[in-house]
Ligand binder design. Structure first.
Ligand code: 5AD
Ligand code: FES
Length: 354
């Protein structure tokens, strides 16, 4: 198995069968070997820096009914909220003072936020914080809408593909959504010029090793600048309430594989990973991740954006999370930096042999 990891590091891809073999035959010792490799690659491009993105969860209205998600439209237990433009700007203000230079506007697919309203938001944020990167994470739109957001100044877009496998996608989603359209969105985003992030849940109901291998092949083909992954965590008001959670162990292994497959990729150590294990985010960084995404949303709405159960940090002010994360990263020898944290487009690809 070690030779497969060596091969992955050398050539930065494997066949589907090879990914399946590696994932199915993983052991704690093999994982340690993988993480040594993935950390080395990470250090080559990013040293011990950790980038932060300030996440602003600005609406929990959603027209979709994804079976895993706590804010699905079919969940009537949720208290719905929308932040006003001024409230969002004040989150940015707070974040800027704390050293954030990337803001991520994330929300459900909320029809209230029309193209016009989003464009107005983008303009105001880019005007107020010209040295910051602005990331959108607001779901599936038409190519024209994406183009309008890009023209208004948005820099990046996150849209997890959730699973690259068609049948698995159908199992996780309502019939109104398709894997094909999700992939179309991602290709449009890249073509327009967004720094694009895709990603998937680890251990989602119905996921097989083959699905994970297909995720790796999809990611290799798309060449996104960012890949967000985290364990599936059951939410008690969804159809998947009784399904087992994904594991930290498999999530870390996938992070290691992603680092070797896309050496320069921006790889977050996610809140979901921190939710299933108290040291999940630290371990994610040690497996090759290089980004953390603390919450900048007002504490008053934090407990209403619950995609899954037991989400951490719902009672903490942005400043507390910022300090907490700095200390956590310091405790493992890494440093949170004040930077936009762009994808290192001009760094030559690592030429592996020695
Ligand atoms: N467990 C883990 N991750 C989830 N997401 C949504 N619901 C869950 C859940 N129950 C993830 C999806 C989505 C991102 C914003 O959060 O991958 O794209
Ligand atoms: Fe939020 Fe630790 S990151 S309290």
């Amino acid at each position: 198995m070690k030779t497969l990891i060596d091969k992955l590091r050398r050539q930065t891809f494997l066949t589907k069968e090879e990914y399946v073999t590696l994932i199915d035959h993983r052991t704690p010792a093999l994982a340690d070997y993988l993480f040594e490799q993935s950390r080395e690659v990470r250090h080559h491009y990013y040293g011990h820096d950790v980038y932060v993105r300030g996440l602003i969860e600005f609406t929990n209205y959603c027209k979709n009914d994804c079976r895993y998600c706590g804010i699905r439209c079919g969940n009537h237990q949720v208290q719905r909220y929308r932040l006003t433009e001024d409230e969002i700007l004040s989150c940015c203000d707070n974040g800027y003072a704390l050293g954030f230079r990337t803001f991520v506007l994330q929300g459900g697919e909320d029809p209230y936020f029309t193209e016009e309203r989003i464009v107005s938001l983008i303009r105001r944020i880019k005007q107020g914080y010209p040295d910051c990167a602005l990331t959108l994470s607001i779901g599936e739109k038409t190519r024209d809408e994406y183009q309008a957001y890009f023209n208004a100044g948005a820099d990046r877009y996150l849209l997890r593909h959730e699973t690259a496998n068609d049948a698995h996608y159908r199992y996780l989603h309502p019939p109104t959504l398709s894997s094909a359209n999700r992939k179309r969105c991602l290709r449009d985003l890249k073509a327009i010029g967004f720094q694009t992030g895709c990603g998937f849940m680890v251990g989602s109901p119905g996921q097989t090793t083959e699905c994970l291998a297909e995720d790796m092949l999809f990611v290799k083909e798309l060449q996104p600048q960012m890949v967000g992954i985290g364990p599936f965590i059951a939410q008690h008001d969804t159809p998947f309430r009784d399904q087992p959670n994904g594991t930290m162990e498999l999530t870390l292994f996938m992070l290691g594989l992603l680092r070797l497959t896309l050496p320069k990729v921006l790889l977050p150590s996610t809140t979901a990973l921190g939710t299933i294990h108290p040291l999940g985010r630290e371990k994610g960084i040690l497996a090759g991740a290089n980004v953390v995404m603390p919450n900048l949303s007002p504490v008053s709405v934090r407990d209403k954006y619950l995609l899954y159960d037991n989400k951490i940090c719902t009672g903490d002010e942005a400043a507390e999370c910022r300090n907490c994360l700095s200390l956590r990263m310091k405790s493992i020898g890494y440093t949170v930096v004040v930077s936009r944290g762009d994808y290192p487009a001009d760094t030559p690809e690592r030429n592996e042999t020695t």
